[in-house]
Design a protein around this ligand. Structure first.
Ligand code: NAI
Ligand code: NAD
Ligand code: ISE
Length: 337
């Protein structure tokens, strides 16, 4: 039977997820949409030719009797309250990252889910579903390059809106690395330091850009991540793992090579929608399948919490300039898979 979905937040990714649930994926249909800006909700429904109800309020989508499960794609600070309300209603919820703005907020979601007694939350960390990251993990796990010693990573966006501030480089952007690198290395973080080089002239007073985040893991691996959200030239995600026997790099997205006017070139993507298009498809198809099977298995509320524990320390490190400890609590048995 088709899973009936309610979507809260019909902006950039909300529209994309509605499109994929309607035109690409199997087993679900979108029956309710809401957005604080009603025009966004109406536009999303019209664009996909949906027969969906438009609600003025996210809580009404959660309460709607014909909605079986939720997709939360509203702004970051709204996620926690909607996730808690979905759990309260006993409805499974796919919540875009971050799960909440702080580890404390994520912990409230974790506690509510454990109280409900079954997994109801999948967080929108799509990188573990990306073929490139999966191939990189296979190489690391095979032992081919020996034990990983260092990682050099970059998370570059061509530009961001004027409302994007220094802290969001951590809570909205680096949060992807904070999740995927724990999974890639099967490790957790021990400490972090953040440094700010000379700022690009393409930024504004509330955004220090770029930033370099230096993490140390429990196994002693040192990771540097450059976050550069006004890099201009493209959407570029890099990850190089230096092992004791060799080096493994995240594959570049495939692109035709051209030789023309004395230049050898390949295209660089410019949008996260395209860079991870397949990963978004796979993560949401997994959510739909797992809800129907009665057991969620994707990135959990605990993963959302773990990333936010590290993010909190990164925010502190942005302010202090010092090396800040990351104290990750033990994973409860409820989340052992
Ligand atoms: P956006 O700003 O384009 O869209 C957000 C939408 O939420 C807007 O239409 C806004 O009106 C609506 N909204 C805000 N508060 C609301 C509320 N209380 N109730 C209903 N609607 C509300 O933002 P975008 O880029 O679509 O991002 C949405 C979320 O998705 C963010 O949490 C972001 O972190 C996440 N995201 C994740 C990505 C990924 O790679 N996993 C990529 C892009 C976004
Ligand atoms: P966006 O600004 O384009 O869209 C957000 C939408 O949420 C807007 O339409 C806004 O009106 C709506 N909104 C805000 N508060 C709301 C509320 N209380 N109730 C209902 N709607 C509300 O942003 P976006 O780029 O689509 O990002 C949305 C979310 O998706 C963010 O949390 C972002 O972090 C996440 N995101 C994830 C990825 C990813 O790669 N996984 C990529 C982009 C965005
Ligand atoms: C956005 O919300 C995303 O999640 C993108 O994947 C990320 O690259 C971007 O920096 C965020 O703002």
């Amino acid at each position: 039977m088709s899973l009936k979905l309610g979507v809260i937040g019909a902006g950039a990714i909300g529209k994309e997820h509605i499109r994929r649930c309607t035109q690409v994926l199997q087993g679900a249909s979108v029956v309710a949409v809401s957005d604080i800006n009603l025009d966004n909700a109406r536009a999303a429904v019209n664009a996909s030719g949906l027969q969906a109800e438009v609600y003025a309020n996210g809580q009404d989508v959660i309460n709607a009797p014909d909605v079986d499960a939720l997709i939360i794609t509203s702004w970051d600070p709204t996620h926690e309250a909607f996730a808690l309300a979905a759990i309260e209603a006993g409805k499974p919820v796919f919540c875009e990252k971050p799960l909440a703005m702080t580890a404390e907020g994520c912990r409230r979601v974790v506690d509510a889910e454990m109280k409900a007694g079954r997994r109801l939350v999948q967080v929108g960390f799509m990188r573990p579903y990306d073929e490139g990251y999966q191939a990189l993990k296979s190489v690391i796990d095979s032992g081919e390059i020996g034990s990983p010693l260092m990682l050099h990573c970059a998370h570059r966006n061509p530009e961001v809106g004027d409302n994007y501030t220094t802290d969001m480089a951590i809570t909205s952007t680096l949060i992807h690395e904070l999740d995927v690198l724990r999974w890639l290395l099967n490790d957790d973080y021990r400490s972090v330091q953040v440094r700010f080089p000379r700022a690009t002239s393409h930024t504004h007073a509330q955004l220090k850009d770029p930033q370099i985040v230096m993490l140390e893991t429990r196994k002693g691996i040192l990771i540097d991540v450059e976050i550069f959200v006004n890099c201009r030239y493209g959407y570029d995600i890099q990850c190089e793992v230096v092992g004791e026997e060799g080096i493994a790099r995240l594959p570049e997205p495939s692109s035709v090579q051209t030789r023309q006017t004395a230049k050898l070139s390949t295209t660089i993507l410019t949008d996260w929608k395209d860079r991870f298009i397949k990963a978004y498809d796979v993560e949401l198809q997994a959510f739909i399948r797992d809800v129907q099977a009665g057991e969620l298995r994707g990135p959990s509320a605990w993963d959302g919490y773990a990333a936010s524990v590290a993010a909190d320390a990164c925010l502190k490190a942005q302010e202090s300039g010092a090396q800040e400890p990351i104290n990750m609590p033990e994973r409860p048995a409820f989340y052992l898979r």
